[in-house]
Design a protein around this ligand. Structure first.
Ligand code: SF4
Ligand code: SF4
Length: 372
């Protein structure tokens, strides 16, 4: 089996195919600290793609409540127990990935959710762990919970792609989006089993598998995916991420992932080098967060809690434009973003302008009631 370098694990690992990175890699950063669990992103995904016959199940974004929620049910806990123990030695992962602990005859370690597992997308929504009897505490809370925003990670080493015996799954050179060729797919469902994030789905009506397409028709026009653009909490920032030996500090995603290191991949130990990144929630127990996001959790939370001006400015650019920001700059307490053509697409001051109305409206000679 070929050896490839996985920078999130800081080591080589086995993979079904040779290392081959796209020209540009689709990526999203989610600031979990800001998510209000409104599911607008979920509805945006569903409303965008399920509008006519043959598209009934094209719905891929979900938001689940951790620690108890999961869609499909137990998608992560089941795989973690199958994977067995692993640990972080500084930034290096020591333990098996889903490509290295595989039973005979299989390409990828995985499990197939049952119909019941797929039936309850919002099970345990808003259910916290811990009890008030043990009191509350800071900075970590007791009880606690947080929302986890999930869609396809458009992985660098996709488990779905590695497990497909028909070679029906491919990764686009121009943007790293992972797609299922509907003509080649025969519905064997190996990808459903092989995706550790359970983001390929089988559709019984057409008897083929399908998955998130990253809203690529929008990406091709320099626009963000629907779940990103619709986000009410402005917790999402979409763009391009580079490997750590080749990043640009003025690229917003590279800055969050490689410079400030506040945004971390979900379950990097699975080994797929996922391309969705998360700013971890400050209030949740660190051991739990480290299991989800790896060794960088303490640094990420510390940096996010006391951001410098560059990070503070960049955080203000989340959700302010439907365009993908390719380059940013923070100067004079103002953050500015440009698209790939060099056009300015976002400008955000650190301080929102404030206008205080006079108490008396002189036009009508009436007293105003100023709401705070
Ligand atoms: S998250 Fe799953 S479906 Fe998406 S690219 Fe990775 S392995 Fe494939
Ligand atoms: S729309 Fe944004 S704030 Fe609402 S649930 Fe989705 S990610 Fe969270």
């Amino acid at each position: 089996m070929p050896k490839v370098f996985n920078w999130q694990l800081n080591r080589e690992m086995d993979y079904q195919y040779e290392e081959s990175r796209p020209e540009k890699q689709f990526a999203i950063v989610f600031n979990i600290n800001r998510c209000i669990g409104c599911q607008t992103c979920t509805m945006a995904c569903k409303n965008t793609w399920t509008y006519s016959e043959g598209q009934e199940t094209m719905w891929w974004n979900n938001v689940e409540t951790k620690p108890y929620g999961g869609y499909p049910r137990h998608w992560d806990t089941k795989l973690i127990s199958m994977l067995g123990p692993g640990k972080w030695n500084s930034e290096t992962y020591e333990g098996p990935t889903i490509f290295e602990n595989v039973p005979g005859g299989e390409r990828v370690l995985g499990h197939m959710p049952t119909d019941e597992d797929w039936a309850t997308p919002n099970l345990y929504e808003d259910t916290p762990a811990g009890t008030l009897e043990h009191g509350t505490s800071l900075p970590e809370h007791n009880p606690w919970m947080f929302y986890l925003q999930r869609t396809c990670n458009h992985c660098t080493y996709p488990g779905c792609l590695a497990s497909c015996p028909r070679k029906a799954i491919y990764k686009r050179e121009e943007d790293g989006v992972v797609l299922v060729d509907q003509e080649r797919c025969r519905g064997y469902r190996e990808c459903v089993k092989g995706c550790p994030y359970k983001k390929t789905m089988y559709r019984p009506t057409t008897k083929v598998s399908e998955k998130c397409i990253g809203c690529f028709p929008r990406i091709e026009q320099g626009l963000g995916s629907r779940c990103v653009v619709a986000c009410v909490g402005k917790i999402r920032l979409q763009g391009w991420v580079s490997p750590p030996d080749n990043f640009r500090a003025d690229n917003p995603l590279d800055y969050l992932v490689h410079v400030a290191k506040v945004a971390l991949p979900l379950y990097p130990q699975f080994g797929t080098e996922p391309n969705l990144y998360y700013i971890p929630p400050r209030w949740a127990p660190r051991p739990f967060l480290k299991q989800l996001f790896g060794a960088g959790v303490d640094h990420a939370i510390e940096t996010y809690t006391k951001p410098d001006d560059t990070l503070f400015g960049l955080l203000r650019l989340f959700g302010v434009t439907e365009k993908v920001i390719d380059r940013f700059e923070v100067n004079d307490r103002e953050a500015v973003g440009w698209d790939e053509e060099g056009r300015e697409v976002a400008r955000m001051p650190f301080d929102e302008p404030m206008y205080i109305r006079q108490e008396i409206d002189t036009r009508f000679d009436v007293q105003r009631i100023n709401e705070p």
